[in-house]
Ligand binder design. Structure first.
Ligand code: ZN
Ligand code: ZN
Length: 408
């Protein structure tokens, strides 16, 4: 097995939020074999002298849509799955180049794309997926304009959502996603921006339907992810057992306290609202939907602050679409007014790993973990822009023990 040794590294201990100076890290095959205070001997190892640069776990983005090559979901749904796969390969390659070595897709990606990643057919981060996001008729996963009746619910149409109504349909769909290897089940619990006929204020799915998805997920040893903005939508989902709350922009104290009590995670995605506001329509968002952005844009940072103060665990998420994917690192800067750098680093490493229940595999630089590592110029614990501006500061990306991009 090939051995790579990083010498003279400033390793980030994400748990302590500190730098461990002058460390030597050996990677064997796809795993971290050793983290040592002294030089590591090995006869035919590749040695990379980091000269004090920062070595840290590869970043984890817990809210992506790797197939979303456009912000126009109706167009996405009409596209050839072959075209969408090719576009997704390019999008995922870009994520790797920004230092993201694991991404959690919450609508669109499937077992085929994950297999292509695992087999090395495409350059990509590890892909955690949940298949299509379940939505009720007229909900955030229903891309039909009001004048259209028919919805193509074939599994191979490349849209992000599936329309299901009533407990039996919800259960069947959940079981189909479990059958296809889903790592989590995603539901639309609230209105959204890119859906043509719903309102941000609308609750989606009845309590019976949500409870049924939660039960199906728990039976399969999985958990449920919900798209939700309003306190009402967040509270009903969390009360019914949903573990991962996406966006959460309009959350109030009561909703945040309930999340804390129930051990739910918040995955804010400030990056996408900023991006949609700046360039969403150019990127394909139908112009008539742009007004919905203002309902959630400014509130997002308040929710992040409430969650931080209450100690609700937050993971790093972005939710970007189409050409806006290039802004993936901007979430660090957007949260930095209310969250300290060490906690932003945790959001994109150990918290994401815990959310996905992969904390024994990824999220730390430790012997026995997967060799998903990045090298950064400067110290992100002192200046989070080191991560927010990867084009300036990222020096190396290693995924599964293989160097994917390097300036050494
Ligand atoms: Zn969403
Ligand atoms: Zn999303």
């Amino acid at each position: 097995m090939s051995v790579t040794i990083f010498e003279n590294a400033s390793v980030i201990d994400v748990v302590a939020g500190e730098i461990m100076a002058d460390r030597h890290v050996a990677v064997e095959g796809a795993m971290i074999k050793e983290v040592s205070e002294s030089a590591i001997s090995a006869s035919d190892a590749r040695r990379i002298d980091l000269k004090g640069k920062t070595l840290m776990p590869g970043l984890i983005d817990s809210h992506v849509h790797v197939t979303a090559f456009s912000a126009n979901f109706t167009e996405l749904q009409r596209s050839s799955p072959f075209y969408v796969a090719a576009a997704a390969a390019r999008i995922m390659g870009g994520m790797l180049d920004r230092g993201f070595t694991t991404v959690r897709d919450v609508g669109g990606a499937d077992f085929g794309l994950a297999r292509a990643v695992e087999e090395g057919l495409i350059r990509a981060p590890r892909l955690i997926y949940g298949g299509k996001a379940m939505s009720p008729t007229g909900g955030h996963g229903d891309t039909r304009p009001a004048g259209l009746d028919r919805h193509d619910d074939a599994y191979n149409q490349p849209g992000l959502g599936a329309i299901v109504d009533g407990v039996p349909e919800v259960r069947r769909r959940a079981r189909e996603e479990v059958r296809r290897g889903a790592h989590h089940l995603k539901i639309m619990g609230n209105g959204g921006i890119s859906s043509p006929t719903d309102r941000i204020s609308s609750d989606q799915f009845s309590e019976e339907e949500i409870a049924a998805v939660v039960e199906e997920a728990e039976m399969a040893d999985l958990y449920v992810v919900v798209h939700a903005y309003t306190p009402r939508s967040i509270k009903r989902s969390v009360r019914l057992g949903v573990r991962s709350v996406e966006h959460g922009n309009l959350a109030d104290r009561e909703a945040i306290d309930l999340m804390k009590e129930r051990g739910a995670f918040l995955v804010p995605t400030l990056a996408t609202y900023r991006a949609l506001k700046d360039e969403g329509v150019e990127a394909g968002l139908p112009a008539e939907l742009a007004a919905k952005i203002d309902d959630v844009l400014d509130a997002g940072i308040n929710a992040v602050e409430l969650a931080y103060r209450a100690g609700v665990p937050m993971a790093y998420g972005t939710d970007l679409l189409g050409v806006m994917h290039r802004r993936q690192a901007s979430e660090f800067a957007l949260r930095s007014d209310v969250v300290p750098a060490a906690d932003l680093v945790r959001a994109a490493t150990i918290n994401g790993a815990r959310l996905m229940r992969l904390e024994d595999e990824i999220g730390q630089v430790k012997a026995g973990m997967r060799a998903d590592l990045i090298v950064v110029e400067g110290n992100p614990l002192e200046d989070i822009r080191r991560l927010a501006e990867p084009e300036k500061n990222l020096r190396l990306v290693m995924a599964r023990g293989v160097v994917q991009a390097s300036q050494f």
